[in-house]
Write a protein that binds this ligand. Structure first.
Ligand SMILES: [Mg+2]
Length: 160
């Protein structure tokens, strides 16, 4: 899907390993390797913020897009993502058992979540990309790799 409106051109993701099973040297089907999966670099979060602003302003919806309403909309969209996973049991990385329409539905609902998250951050004046950098630095301090390697404990359970 090329996003050519707003001057943004998104390249097709050349990597298809997470979408189409390939075979390894033994002829076994491999569906779920994450090594090769990357995002395209555009649109950026700022691009998404701007596109959503244009979308809401064209519809005179900005009056409704207040922080609390956006938070509730975001939670609703998270629920729509959860519905897609409900009753399936554990799902393997790469979603090898999902059909293309199911994958596309998930892509749409995850996009709804991201769009509302970005708009909520905007309306709260949180510069999300920079906030992520600060939070990841905090996470590294809270969970030093040397201390927590391979463990799922919460940080309060670790002793110095
Ligand atoms: Mg939705």
């Amino acid at each position: 899907m090329a996003l050519q409106q707003n001057g943004i051109v998104s390249k097709q993701n050349g990597d298809t390993s997470s979408h189409h099973p390939s075979t390894n040297g033994n002829g076994e089907i491999q569906h779920d390797r994450a090594e090769g999966f990357t995002f395209t670099s555009e649109p950026t979060l700022e691009d998404i913020r701007r596109m959503q602003t244009e979308f809401t302003e064209e519809r005179n919806w900005s009056q409704f897009h207040k922080p609390r309403n956006l938070l509730l909309a975001l939670v609703g969209e998270v629920g729509e993502v959860a519905e897609l996973f409900q009753w399936r049991g554990e799902v393997q990385e790469g979603l090898p058992d999902w059909t293309e329409p199911q994958r596309e539905h998930l892509a749409q609902e995850l996009s709804d979540v991201l769009i509302y998250l970005v708009e909520l951050a905007e309306k709260c004046h949180v510069d999300l990309p920079q906030a992520v950098l600060r939070k990841m630095a905090l996470n590294r301090l809270k969970y030093p790799a040397s201390k927590v390697h391979g463990s799922a404990k919460k940080y309060t359970e670790y002793k110095d």
